[in-house]
Design a protein around this ligand. Structure first.
Ligand SMILES: Nc1nc2c(c(=O)[nH]1)N[C@H]1C(S)=C(S)[C@@H](COP(=O)(O)OP(=O)(O)OC[C@H]3O[C@@H](n4cnc5c(=O)[nH]c(N)nc54)[C@H](O)[C@@H]3O)O[C@H]1N2
Ligand SMILES: Nc1nc2c(c(=O)[nH]1)N[C@H]1C(S)=C(S)[C@@H](COP(=O)(O)OP(=O)(O)OC[C@H]3O[C@@H](n4cnc5c(=O)[nH]c(N)nc54)[C@H](O)[C@@H]3O)O[C@H]1N2
Ligand SMILES: [Mo]
Length: 655
């Protein structure tokens, strides 16, 4: 720090996960904080929606105007005509939304189901284990077999890699299962890369269990004492021999057999998952099927065995999270485009308040989302650090602080360390933390509930005020002194040794399992596939991107400078185009003109476009999400199907 200005950012040397290192995206965080494009004043729209023409206004004027308009909407249409939209812009518990939720609860506004990330994975794992506790990811260092199942660890979760390297140094076998040869799949440490056909993992799991039964690799006492529904699952698995699974998954029979034997016999065996395969219509089945493997094999018994999934559930259990939110109309965030355009809703949405999110980029069916944001009769307020594609459509933009400027309590999905984020500098310009904005808005609107006046420190103290043993000895004061503290989960913690899964009978739930292709797949809808024969996946792909945080920053863009369509040589040749050619990729939802990159990292029938690019950094003023299905699972719970969309690609004549 020099003269109140941050000049260097580094990881804490003593922190066991980061070990003094930051990842390539966070390494440049200071340039984001001091970026000349930071929004540092409240702004009011002066041009047409989307034009990004704004004038600065004072805070008081901004808050009064928002308060008046929200009250008018609530009076005229009912409070449910107001909706908040918020997501994962920060992992800080307070700034992510505690005060915002209190504000919208007090107002009685429509709520948002924050389901785009991790909920489907949570549901699938909890189908097997009740509360889905996994192992400490650091314990992968003790594994002899590690399967990175649909997770691009080297890109999305680099801090796990040293644990994997430690296991490798001990002779572990490392397997990657992914439809794409990702940076992780291509790493020299990987012993086997199994390039599964997208969305077919359930067939692979069934065949693995089939082989384990056939070759007598399972422990009948474990199955008898610790599981229920084994007969049903065994029946399902018996109907899926490896040879049939090979046809469905594209993985050779011998490789499936090798994987099953290695996984069952080379213990401790761990599977690492995050969210990749959840982003499909049948994502819950896939995540459940993966969670079935340690329940069947009993690998949970070994330190370094079991499922290493998101650790967030540990923090949710330990911290005193607000639990009693009033039930209200709520929408799955994937459906934002449909919700904003649906006039038959009672009441329709008339005011949208966005914080911690950039829905114009991150939601599926981008054209529908933008269509909704263009509505002249929709009041849109966006709390942002930058003039994002969403903020451009706002009536009022409110400037918010970054993590260097506000107080927060940070949880994690990658490890067990709780951190207190103390502000390092004063807020820049007129920026305010989200929490403070909602406190002031509540006051301006005359809301009386004292919980709407709680300070950030008070909210953090409330969160820490929990009898849970994992928080023993972790106080606000200790966090101020030390910066971080490990939850009181012992190293080598085996969540299901000496404790049962939180299912109704205390056993791992197995039961019937069936491979069913999603409806927007070649197997699921042959008619549609005749028109749109290629599967489009839209993953996180760039090392310096963090979701949509950097997709508009020239210094963060990859050298190619624009999103490229990756396509297999066999699919390009029959369509008569070559590397670097302009192509149209599209379906009934949208169409983009992009450049092609011919690559055998993808498989025949599969194309990819990277996620996270802002509209104006993309050739057609739209990102890949313009092509994506906005359906959600029938019960409304879970994520969007980002990786399961059918498209056609055609060459575009060059002038
Ligand atoms: N650099 C960088 N790091 C990030 C992020 C970022 O944007 N950039 N985002 C952060 C966030 S919000 C999250 S949620 C995590 C996500 O971390 P990950 O879950 O690791 O990342 P994803 O790219 O969502 O998906 C991982 C892999 O799943 C594969 N996959 C998709 N469908 C299937 C399938 O049907 N079967 C199998 N076996 N694999 C499949 C994809 O090809 C992809 O390689 O990353 C975090 N870290
Ligand atoms: N095609 C496709 N779409 C996807 C995915 C994919 O893999 N493919 N991944 C999905 C996943 S896993 C996720 S998590 C979502 C991510 O969706 P989002 O959470 O919406 O995306 P981010 O880009 O992480 O953050 C949004 C904004 O939060 C702002 N922000 C940061 N800190 C603060 C703060 O303190 N206050 C306020 N008000 N704003 C702040 C940033 O400036 C940023 O513009 O995207 C989903 N969408
Ligand atoms: Mo995510």
């Amino acid at each position: 720090m020099v003269d109140g200005r941050v000049v260097r950012l580094r990881g804490a040397a003593g922190h066991p996960t980061t070990r003094g290192q930051l990842c390539p995206k966070v390494n440049r965080f200071i340039s984001r904080v001091y970026h000349p494009d930071r929004v540092l004043n409240p702004l009011r729209r002066t041009g047409p929606k989307g034009s990004a023409e704004f004038e600065p206004i004072g805070w008081e004027e901004a808050l009064t105007e928002i308060a008046t308009q929200l009250s008018d909407v609530a009076t005229e249409h009912g409070a449910e005509a107001v909706m908040q939209f918020s997501f994962d812009g920060t992992q800080g518990v307070v700034q992510k939304g505690i005060m915002a939720d209190r504000f919208f609860d007090a107002l009685g506004a429509s709520d948002i189901r924050r389901h785009l990330c991790g909920v489907t994975a949570w549901l699938g794992a909890s189908d097997v284990t009740g509360l889905p506790f996994g192992i400490d990811p650091e314990d992968l260092q003790h594994s002899q077999t590690i399967i990175l199942w649909g997770t691009n660890t080297l890109l999305t979760n680099r801090h796990l890699w040293p644990s994997i390297e430690a296991a490798k140094a001990n002779g572990a076998i490392l397997v990657v299962i992914d439809p794409i040869r990702t940076a992780t799949a291509a790493a020299p440490e990987v012993d086997a890369f199994l390039q599964v056909r997208p969305g077919t993992d359930v067939a692979l799991v069934l065949a693995m269990i089939n082989v384990m039964v056939r070759d007598d690799l399972l422990d009948p006492i474990w199955l008898d004492e610790r599981t229920s529904g084994w007969d049903e699952l065994r029946g399902s698995a018996e109907a899926m021999p490896a040879s049939i699974a090979a046809e469905i998954t594209g993985i050779a029979t011998a490789d499936i057999e090798w994987l099953a034997r290695t996984y069952a016999a080379n213990q401790p065996a761990a599977i690492r998952v995050l969210v990749g395969p959840e982003h499909r219509e049948r994502g819950r089945d896939i995540m459940r099927s993966i969670a079935l493997l340690p329940a069947v094999s009993g690998s949970w018994r070994h330190v370094g065995g079991g499922l290493a999934r998101s650790t967030q559930v540990y923090f949710e259990e330990a911290l005193n999270y607000p639990t009693s939110r009033p039930p209200r109309r709520a929408f799955n965030m994937a459906a934002l485009g449909a919700v904003l355009n649906d006039n038959s809703l009672d009441p329709p949405i008339k005011a949208l308040v966005v914080h911690n999110s950039n829905p114009a980029v991150i939601c599926p069916d981008q054209n529908a989302v933008v269509g909704g944001l263009q509505r002249e009769d929709l009041l849109t307020v966006v709390l942002e650090q930058f003039m994002t594609d969403t903020a451009r459509y706002a009536d009022i933009v409110l400037p918010v602080t970054t993590q260097l400027e506000h107080l927060d309590l940070m949880i994690s999905w990658g490890h067990f360390y709780l951190a207190l984020n103390l502000p390092a500098i004063e807020p820049l310009g007129e920026a305010l933390p989200n929490s403070e904005i909602f406190r002031r808005l509540a006051e301006t609107m005359g809301m009386a509930d004292p919980s709407l006046r709680a300070s950030d420190e008070e909210m953090i103290r409330e969160l820490l005020d929990s009898p849970h043993p994992w928080l023993d000895g972790i106080t606000y004061e200790r966090l101020v002194t030390d910066g971080w503290a490990r939850l009181g989960v012992a190293p080598g913690h085996r969540p299901y040794v000496g404790a049962n899964p939180a299912t109704d009978d205390g056993r791992f739930h197995l039961g019937r399992l069936e491979y069913v292709p999603g409806s927007e797949t070649r197997g699921g809808d042959p008619d549609r596939a005749a028109r749109y024969p290629l599967t489009l996946m839209s993953r996180k792909q760039h090392i310096k991107f963090l979701n949509a945080n950097y997709g508009g920053f020239p210094k963060h863009l990859p050298i190619e400078g624009e999103p490229l369509l990756e396509i297999h040589p066999s699919d390009a040749v029959i369509r008569n185009f070559g590397d670097g050619d302009k192509v149209a990729v599209g379906n009934h939802r949208g169409r983009l003109i992009v450049s092609a990159r011919i690559s055998s990292d993808v498989q025949p029938g599969l194309v990819t476009l990277p996620f996270g690019w802002w509209h104006r950094s993309s050739p057609d003023d739209r990102g890949v999400n313009a092509l994506l299905n906005a359906d959600v699972p029938p019960d409304g719970a879970g994520s969007a199907f980002f990786h399961e969309n059918l498209v056609e690609v055609t060459p575009v004549a060059q002038e």
